[in-house]
Design a protein. Structure first.
Length: 78
């Protein structure tokens, strides 16, 4: 049965909107500092991770050091 008008928001599946890693079936939050992550890529040498944030229109770059993401900085504003 439908009631009301418009779309209802779906419940959040993760406690934090962020960048996650799945390793051996375990979900691991890598960073929760991006409000609406939408688009992700590694550099060719895997030293940097690029994440687009739909909330502010900025692509951020993180240094990848071992298993950690550090040194978040804006790269491009779209």
């Amino acid at each position: 049965m439908f009631k009301g008008f418009g779309c209802e928001l779906a419940p959040e599946e993760q406690p934090v909107r962020g960048v996650y890693q799945i390793e051996d079936g375990v979900v691991i939050l890598k960073t929760g500092s991006i409000e609406i992550p939408n688009g992700i890529a590694f550099s060719n040498d895997n030293k940097f991770l690029y994440v687009a944030n739909s909330a502010d229109g900025v692509v951020y770059r993180f240094d990848v050091v071992g298993d950690e993401l550090i040194n978040k900085r804006p790269l491009v504003k779209t």
